[in-house]
Design a protein around this ligand. Structure first.
Ligand code: GDP
Ligand code: MG
Length: 603
């Protein structure tokens, strides 16, 4: 296929605006999948994606389409829309020359639409604007076109109107993609060079790399070399995704394909790395810079005999999710484990859910935290650190207050779009979260766009959920990094019967300490089941108790309703009870259910 007849594009949109549905229609229209296969969202193949109804991984499909008598190769990359997965979006865009910007004709432009549009513009990609869901009666496409004109300067006459659900107007999308998105800017006549832009683990073949070929061509059995590690690998197989794997003899510049080459893990298969032919010099394809994680949590095996299994599960998962960072961590209470970095709380939850579902792991996760920066005043600590600042995300390592001169916390610049009816509540939420308004613009009579500087720690847990529920789902939010700012922080410890529980300790802003303390003890009283001993739950700063609750003792005697006699039944019930205990963490003689550590953070 000549380069002139290749188009690489991606569909970007706010969550639920119909990306996956449109991708399915495009695949059907071009015959890549059967029409009405009875399967929805073919590209959402992971269990968690189906359960949560969101796209977590960007997926790729190469399709053919005949346009004005010529056959074109279109590489379509489906991207996730949720704010936590923006890493997947920018990663996908590194292999694209244009995007389909999809906007829901009912809900209009949302915060993520704005963020994604700017991401595409930064990369100087061609934009095909498309309004979706025009089949819905109360859709207001004209108004949405006006908003797109105001916010992006897009001419309303250029906006396509489609219904991804019914298939209306979908073939025009393909035509527009071919006509307005330029062919890839690549050279076929030079030495082979490609960008690894995704990778995942296959049980039989090891790490599989999704590559975008920038120069030359690659054939099976050639030897490739990684620019990052300098290691050499034989190319075992090459295929394209249509969207099922389809073996091909080779790939040429401009194409997207999958290669298996005996790479074993994420240390070898690096997303963003450049590969070239063995012993040839090459420069980095590097138009891709990974996003930095912002939320960190400790991950520990439930018991140390599972350490190796958990490590290999995590290793396979990060291969598939390059945004996650891993550092070895250890704790007196939890033993050997890791400190993982995520792009947000949803990202963390999805990762942990996948660890359990796809790898059968049952890790203990500590309270997620952002990275704070401390300026130290204690000479001994300064000597240990080798400098007078310390970056910290693990609350358990938070130094004593007298060792600290200044505290700094990370901020974000948030964009919120909300219907004017909810402006009062939304402002209230932002104030409660220590936000400072920067600007506010009316998009039209019914909607307003506000910018707020907010502490990152205030938005990672439930800000997005609260915003959604208080606005009946209409307000939307996205954010970008805004540097560090002077703050005042304290470490809040949780004690069960006088013993500190490391998993539950948190770093909080001093103004929030009392309310967080109350909230946590109340929540824990709800989450920890009654037991044979009385349990005192205390939240403290140092030796000062800020809040306290008690769980009264209670004996759950499962055999009470049996009269003496039947021993086997009695044994069976006791065994069941013992099994019920397994998913609990023991603290002295107190059992705490596994999920408590995450649930206590939710309101
Ligand atoms: P994504 O999050 O952008 O991938 O969105 P999905 O493709 O998962 O779609 C979100 C929801 O919108 C699903 O329930 C779809 O059935 C629905 N949807 C998508 N396109 C249309 C459309 O054109 N019309 C209507 N009525 N619903 C649609
Ligand atoms: Mg989707």
């Amino acid at each position: 296929m000549p380069v002139q007849r290749i188009r690489n594009f991606s569909i970007i949109a706010h969550v639920d605006h119909g990306k996956s549905t449109l991708a399915d229609r495009l695949l059907e229209l071009t015959g890549a999948i059967a029409r009405n296969a009875g399967q929805h969202q073919v590209l959402d193949s992971l269990q968690v994606e189906r359960e949560r109804g969101i796209t977590v991984k960007a997926q790729t499909a190469s399709i053919f389409h005949r346009h004005k008598g010529q056959l074109y190769l279109l590489n379509l990359i489906d991207t996730p829309g949720h704010v936590d997965f923006s890493n997947e979006v920018s990663r996908s865009l590194a292999a694209c020359d244009g995007v389909v910007l999809l906007v829901d004709a009912c809900h209009g432009v949302q915060a993520q639409t704005v963020a994604n549009y700017h991401l595409a513009k930064q990369r100087q990609l061609a934009v095909v604007p498309v309004l979706n869901k025009i089949d819905i009666k109360h859709a207001n496409p004209d108004q949405v076109c006006q908003d797109m004109k105001l916010l992006f300067g897009i001419d309303p006459n250029e906006v396509l109107r489609v219904s991804a659900k019914l298939g209306t107007g979908v073939s025009e999308v393909l035509e527009r993609v071919i006509e307005t998105i330029p062919p890839p800017q690549v050279q076929r006549e030079s030495d082979f060079r490609a960008l690894i832009f995704d990778s995942w683990f296959d049980k039989y073949r090891g790490a599989l790399n999704l590559i975008y070929v920038l120069n030359g061509k690659l054939e099976q059995n050639q030897d490739i070399q990684s620019l990052a590690t300098k290691k050499v690998y034989p190319v075992k197989s090459i295929s394209v995704l249509r969207p099922a794997e389809c073996p091909v003899p080779g790939l040429s510049a401009g194409q997207v394909g999958l290669i298996a080459c005996n790479m074993r893990n994420s240390k070898e298969s690096i997303v963003g790395d450049t590969i070239h032919l063995k012993n040839q010099a090459a420069s980095a394809a590097g138009s891709y810079s990974p996003q930095q994680p912002i939320v960190f949590a400790g991950v520990f095996p439930a018991d140390q005999s599972k350490h190796v299994a958990l490590r290999s599960a995590i290793d396979k998962m990060i291969l598939n999710d390059s945004a996650v960072t891993v550092k070895v961590d250890s704790s007196p209470a939890l033993g050997q484990g890791w400190r993982l970095g995520f792009l947000g709380l949803l990202h963390m939850e999805v990762f942990c859910q996948r660890l359990e579902q796809e790898h059968g792991a049952e890790p203990i996760i500590t309270a997620p935290s952002v990275t704070y920066r401390l300026v130290l005043s204690n000479p001994k600590m300064i000597r240990q650190q080798g400098r007078d600042t310390m970056d910290i995300s693990n609350a358990a390592l938070f130094p004593e207050p007298h060792c600290i001169k200044e505290y700094y916390e990370p901020l974000v610049l948030g964009t919120i779009i909300t219907p004017t009816d909810y402006v009062g509540q939304v402002i209230g939420l932002c104030v409660e979260r220590r936000g400072l308004q920067q600007s506010s613009v009316n998009i039209d009579e019914t909607r307003i766009l506000m910018k707020y500087v907010l502490p990152l720690s205030e938005i990672i847990l439930d800000f997005h959920d609260r915003l959604k529920s208080m606005s009946s789902g209409y307000a939307s939010f996205s954010y970008e990094d805004h540097g560090y700012h002077l703050s005042h922080l304290v470490r809040l410890d949780i004690h069960l019967n006088g013993k500190p529980v490391e998993e539950l300790c948190r770093i909080v802003h001093v103004s929030k300490a009392t309310s967080v303390a109350r909230q946590m003890v109340l929540k824990l009283r709800e989450l920890i089941p009654k037991q044979m001993v009385q349990i005192a739950i205390q939240a403290c700063i140092g030796s000062k108790v800020l809040a306290r609750e008690t769980i009264k003792a209670y004996r759950k005697d499962v055999t009470a309703k049996l009269y003496g006699g039947d021993v086997t039944r009695r044994m069976k019930l006791l065994k069941q009870q013992a099994e019920g205990k397994k998913k609990m963490r023991m603290f002295a003689n107190i059992r705490v259910p596994h999920e408590t550590f995450i649930n206590v953070l939710k309101r």
